[in-house]
Design a protein around this ligand. Structure first.
Ligand SMILES: Cc1ncc(COP(=O)(O)O)c(C=O)c1O
Length: 382
């Protein structure tokens, strides 16, 4: 038997999944674990979304759609840009994708060749690094070193060292929750464009900002690739549905790659997702609960010796410096789970260099769970 293993498959594992697997093992044994480890809403998809899916299932056949998605959903997404940001976006520039995860794959394949250098911020979402590594793209990790977010000067310095082909950032960010202020975002995108660097803006945590209105990088010009998803604000992680807004010249290349890679995003989820934009009242109630959790954690985590490493501007994460307790956040997370029954994510996945000093707490759970988790950690630390 010959088994061929490519170098591409040799990407880093998602270390946080080990903590998650252990939390699940404990839960299966009946241990009342509070999980602050997962980056997903605890609420179901909005009622209208679920009704539309039920109706579609009753009515008949679910099949392939156009590779770039159902016309009705592409129009609904375009309308969302008009309603939420006051921006006119043609439905023809929208590609519906199998979660934003597939959008990254498609964008990277359509925009970059093996060996191209693409910058991301550290700490940052680990899949950026892992997908790019699998595709042979050279990843340039820009250590934020205490800065809350990536800004134009970081980009200039990295480009001076060796030329970049692209930059990818998220605002609000995972794991920090930090938001790039509108003027800084504009400076970052303008600088990238002046230097000839293509921009990808991950806006998956939009509509989950607590202090300022959302600014889309699209407002800075039509050359930016924007990636978004129904997973977070819309509580639809398992439906695997997201989208991209593409510069015109990228639409056809993305369509060609999508036809062969995925054929189409799942039709059932597409039909259902059209309803998501109508569920604002329901979803704002969920967001209000996150806001309450955020207030609690902003006070309690520093009291417990977890220094906030970034402002908790958006998303549903608190990213903390844990060096008052440990220099090995992976071991600390395991111990906290085993002894206090609270699961949180060690920083290693988000930042291979500095992550041992940090931990991410997700506050997407119920308020009671957050109160309980803080009490347990307090008791345990004593
Ligand atoms: C910053 C960021 N981008 C993208 C994703 C992927 O989400 P999905 O593929 O569910 O759209 C996540 C998931 O946690 C994320 O945190």
């Amino acid at each position: 038997m010959v088994v061929s293993l490519s170098r591409r498959g040799d990407v880093e594992p998602f270390h946080a999944m080990d903590v998650l697997a252990e939390a699940n093992r404990l839960k299966a044994k009946g241990v009342p674990v509070v999980s602050m480890a997962v980056g997903q809403p605890s609420d179901p998809a909005p009622a209208g979304v679920r009704q539309a899916a039920t109706h579609a299932l009753k009515m008949g056949r679910i099949g392939y759609t156009d590779a770039l998605g159902l016309a009705g959903l592409r129009e609904a997404i375009a309308q969302h840009y008009a309603d939420h940001y006051g921006l006119a976006v043609s439905p023809g520039r929208i590609a519906v994708t199998t979660g934003s995860s597939a959008a990254f794959n498609l964008a990277f394949l359509a925009m970059f060749d093996p060996g191209d250098r693409v910058a991301i911020a550290a700490p940052g979402y680990p899949a950026y690094r892992n997908i790019m590594a699998a595709l042979g793209i050279e990843i340039v990790e820009i250590e934020l070193d205490g800065d809350a977010y990536l800004h134009a000067e970081h980009l200039k310095a990295a480009h001076r060292e060796r030329k970049l082909k692209g930059v990818l950032f998220a605002s609000p960010a995972n794991p920090t929750g930090a938001i790039i202020p509108a003027d800084e975002l504009s400076a970052l995108v303008t600088t990238a464009q002046e230097l000839g660097i293509a921009v990808i803006s991950d806006e998956i945590y939009h509509r989950l900002a607590y202090a300022a209105p959302d600014t889309t990088a699209l407002a800075c010009g039509p050359d930016v690739t924007v990636i978004n998803s129904f997973s977070k604000y819309y509580c639809m992680t398992g439906w695997r549905i997201g989208w991209m807004v593409l510069p015109e010249p990228l639409v056809r290349p993305v369509e060609r790659i999508a036809q062969s890679l995925y054929i189409s995003p799942p039709e059932l989820s597409q039909i259902a997702a059209i309803e998501a934009f109508k569920a604002t009242a329901e979803l704002e109630a969920v967001k209000a609960r996150y806001a309450g959790n955020r207030q609690l954690l902003m006070k309690r985590l520093p009291e417990l010796g977890f220094t906030l490493a970034a402002p908790m501007d958006g998303a549903f994460y608190a990213f903390c410096d844990v060096t008052r307790h440990t220099n090995d956040s992976m071991a600390f997370a395991r111990k906290m789970l085993a002894e206090a029954y609270v699961a949180a994510t060690p920083g290693r996945d988000f930042d291979p260099l500095q992550g041992h000093r940090a931990m991410r707490f997700s506050y997407a759970g119920s308020h009671d769970e957050m109160v309980e988790a803080m009490m347990r950690i307090e008791r345990w630390l004593r």
